[in-house]
Design a protein around this ligand. Structure first.
Ligand SMILES: [Zn+2]
Length: 144
């Protein structure tokens, strides 16, 4: 077997680009992050064929990740609002700022909650370099 040194992207880069956690090549989401059609996740990785929703209700956990992301964003927004509004005491200012951020970042939270779950909260799912890059599933099967 020939030894090849191929460049692979880092786990963080792949997660940021919403790539499949196993091959780091296939896109997990069909549209773009700012798509107006809504967020649609692919059922299977278009590159290596990994089934993203491994069992029924698998993405139930990502709801909690999304909740944690939202809390972190709300705290940041409240601190920023407090500083930028000259220490406002009106609760409406904070409520409106939080609602605005929740709506604006809904797509981001949906995507990255699932990405975080697949990359860091699924212990038996690891990067497999044989799937990385231009290799297609049928080529991998021929080599084995
Ligand atoms: Zn894949």
């Amino acid at each position: 077997m020939e030894k090849t040194t191929t460049y692979t992207i880092s786990k963080f880069q792949a997660a940021r680009q919403c790539r499949c956690p196993r091959c780091r090549t296939g896109a997990m989401f069909a549209g773009s992050l700012l798509s107006l059609k809504g967020q649609k996740m692919a059922k299977y990785c278009p590159h290596c064929g990994l089934k993203f929703e491994m069992e029924p209700g698998f993405f139930y956990v990502s709801m909690f990740v999304s909740y944690a992301l939202n809390v972190a964003q709300f705290i940041s927004v409240c601190i920023a609002t407090y500083v930028l509004s000259g220490q406002s005491e009106s609760p409406w200012v904070y409520l409106i700022a939080c609602c605005l951020v929740a709506i604006l970042l809904a797509g981001f939270n949906f995507r990255y909650a699932r990405v975080i779950q697949l990359y860091w909260l699924t212990p038996n799912l690891r990067f497999n370099p044989t799937y990385y890059g231009q290799k297609k599933v049928k080529d991998i099967k021929l080599e084995a």
